[in-house]
Design a binder for this molecule. Structure first.
Ligand SMILES: O=P(O)(O)OC[C@H](O)CO
Length: 188
């Protein structure tokens, strides 16, 4: 059953909404941009980006709910599968998005306290950092907020549950981020 949950989650993740949407319009967003919410916003506008993001978040929700039903002790397998599918989709030559949206959806079910804590601290830190440290350090706010939010997430997940999900999804995202930075070149 665990293998079936893993496979179903991976296939679900492989339905990358940004690619499906752009192909429905007769093109492939990956020729110009990444297929997540940001790329879709740049190429197709706000409404499309919201729809694409919602779909990709719901994939994570659905995968973990499926795992909760059939293999409740192994929701992390669904999280791993759905993020992996989104990043390396079997239907689209294994070139997908960054994994943010499906991981958000998965954590929404598997580790809601951790997710809310990480988002709240991360989002609150960005304006604070911009107003104080950034002028001196020069470093972009997102890596700074991430560097604080991730250890906090691990602490929260240790206390409130969902640590395996956070680590599994985060590991896939880290590999994908490195891959995007080093192997794949985004067309201009
Ligand atoms: O990582 P993705 O593919 O879910 O896309 C994330 C959005 O673009 C967030 O900026």
């Amino acid at each position: 059953m665990l293998a079936l949950v893993a496979l179903a989650s991976y296939l679900l993740g492989s339905l990358v909404a940004g690619v499906l949407y752009s192909r429905a319009l007769g093109a492939d967003i990956r020729d110009r941009d990444l297929p997540g919410g940001s790329g879709t916003y740049r190429q197709h506008g706000l409404a499309a980006a919201l729809g694409v993001t919602a779909f990709d978040v719901l994939k994570g929700v659905a995968a973990v709910l499926l795992a909760r039903w059939f293999t409740p002790d192994f929701t992390w397998v669904a999280t791993l599968g759905v993020v992996l599918g989104h990043c390396y989709p079997v239907f689209f030559r294994f070139a997908g998005g960054g994994g943010v949206a499906p991981l958000l959806g998965a954590l929404l079910v598997a580790a809601p306290v951790t997710l809310v804590g990480m988002l709240a601290v991360g989002l609150a830190l960005i304006p604070l950092y911009r107003a104080t440290l950034q002028p001196r350090l020069g470093l972009n706010a997102v890596p700074f907020a991430t560097a604080v939010a991730v250890p906090l997430g691990v602490l929260l997940a240790t206390r409130y549950g969902g640590l395996p999900d956070l680590l599994a999804g985060g590991a896939v995202m880290a590999v994908r981020a490195l891959h995007l930075l080093t192997v794949q070149k985004r067309p201009a």
